[in-house]
Design a protein around this ligand. Structure first.
Ligand SMILES: [Zn+2]
Length: 380
């Protein structure tokens, strides 16, 4: 059973089921009918107030409660989404925390559609590769977070998990077809990192996080017969352009978040220079020179400081880019970043996995291409 954090620190939440369900405390149980939607309100401290569909107080309980469907295979709604398994809700000082407990296989079904798409056909081998990678990733987390109240975040901090809404027939088929299989080295699961699109070459963990990674995470050309596996991706090549004022506004907003000791004005932009690149070609050190000083950015932090001018996207697509400055009269007028890929670039390239699947490769080929010297093994 895996424990996925769905909510932390919320004041209240609505839950229910289309079937009969129950709220269980340490000492008693409250039965809710099919279709009932109850509200759970943080009553301060360790108190949870439970209100039924009509708004009547069912109980006020302390500590932890569990929400269980009573019929086999039934799902529980939490807010707008249905989930398999059951829920454990706990009141803390910061609000309510809700954890979904479910079978690892069901969890994988709720992940891979969000991560690589829900449709099968010629993408089916990529779905299977993603299922094995997602399962291996979760399995390692189970071992590492034993003392925490949950194993996994529901977001891209771990893997994007949306319960039943992430599923599809092709997703379920991919998970069932690979049940219990993981990416292993010497019969031990390895950390199966992956990202959306590598832009032609995968990254070493050190280029992104400064350190870390196992020997299966190598930098590799994502290429077959002169064509990159992810060349079809809309993020294979990209360009992000900033007016100089916008560039400095973005920089001034986000740079202090990573370098909090630095205060005051950043002045006028003079230069943006790539100081160093990693073995894959990704920028590992960037210098932004202004009238008030030279500011260094390293590794993946670059993506979270040089956010996109539109603000819609969370960060820069990747650190795999060139810088081009447009100058006029000695001043920088525009900053152009011309880049490749989307995401950190370590491990499996998801767009590349789709490309390989379409080119007729099997999921074993896909996984051994991105994770060096590994083999797929069924571990349970
Ligand atoms: Zn790729």
């Amino acid at each position: 059973v895996v424990r996925v954090a769905i909510q932390t620190h919320v004041a209240e939440i609505t839950a229910g089921s289309d079937h009969r369900w129950q709220v269980r405390t340490a000492t008693t149980a409250f039965a809710a009918g099919a279709g009932a939607r109850w509200r759970f309100v943080h009553g301060g401290g360790r108190t949870i107030r439970i209100l039924d569909t009509a708004g009547q107080l069912v109980a006020e309980v302390g500590g932890e409660i569990a929400l269980h469907p009573m019929d086999r295979g039934a799902t529980v709604w939490l807010g707008p989404r249905a989930y398999r398994g059951y829920f454990v809700m706990a009141a803390r000082d910061g609000g309510l925390a809700v954890v979904n407990r479910l079978l690892l296989e069901d969890y994988v079904k709720g992940v891979i559609g969000n991560e690589i798409g829900r449709s099968g056909g010629d993408r089916f081998e990529a779905l299977k590769a993603q299922a094995v990678a997602a399962r291996s990733y979760a399995y390692l987390k189970l071992a590492s977070r034993k003392t925490d109240p949950f194993d996994l975040h529901h977001s891209d901090r771990d893997q994007v998990y949306t319960g039943v809404s992430g599923e599809s027939p092709a997703v379920a088929e991919a998970v069932d077809a690979t049940a219990g299989e993981m990416v292993t080295q010497a019969r031990t699961p390895v950390e199966t990192l992956y990202s959306a699109c590598c832009g032609g070459k995968t990254a070493l963990p050190g280029e992104v996080w400064g350190a870390g990674g196992g020997r299966h995470l190598v930098s590799r050309h994502d290429r077959h017969r002169g064509r990159d596996h992810c060349a079809h991706s809309r993020h294979y090549r990209w360009r992000v352009s900033y007016e100089t004022d916008t560039f400095m506004a973005v920089f001034a907003t986000h740079y202090p978040r990573f370098h909090p000791t630095r205060g005051g004005s950043f002045g006028e932009l003079r230069d943006v220079r790539i100081v160093d690149r990693g073995p894959s070609g990704r920028v590992t050190e960037l210098e932004v020179r202004t009238t008030t000083g030279a500011f260094r950015l390293t590794n993946d932090t670059i993506r979270w400081v040089l956010r996109q001018p539109t603000g819609a996207k969370p960060g820069l697509f990747s650190t795999y880019f060139d810088v081009r400055l447009e100058r006029r009269g000695g001043r920088v007028r525009r900053v152009h970043l011309e880049g490749r890929g989307y995401g950190h670039g370590v491990g499996m390239c998801q767009e590349g996995a789709v490309g390989m699947s379409k080119d007729g490769f099997g999921y074993h080929d896909i996984l051994s291409h991105y994770y060096a010297d590994t083999e797929v093994r069924r571990l349970y």
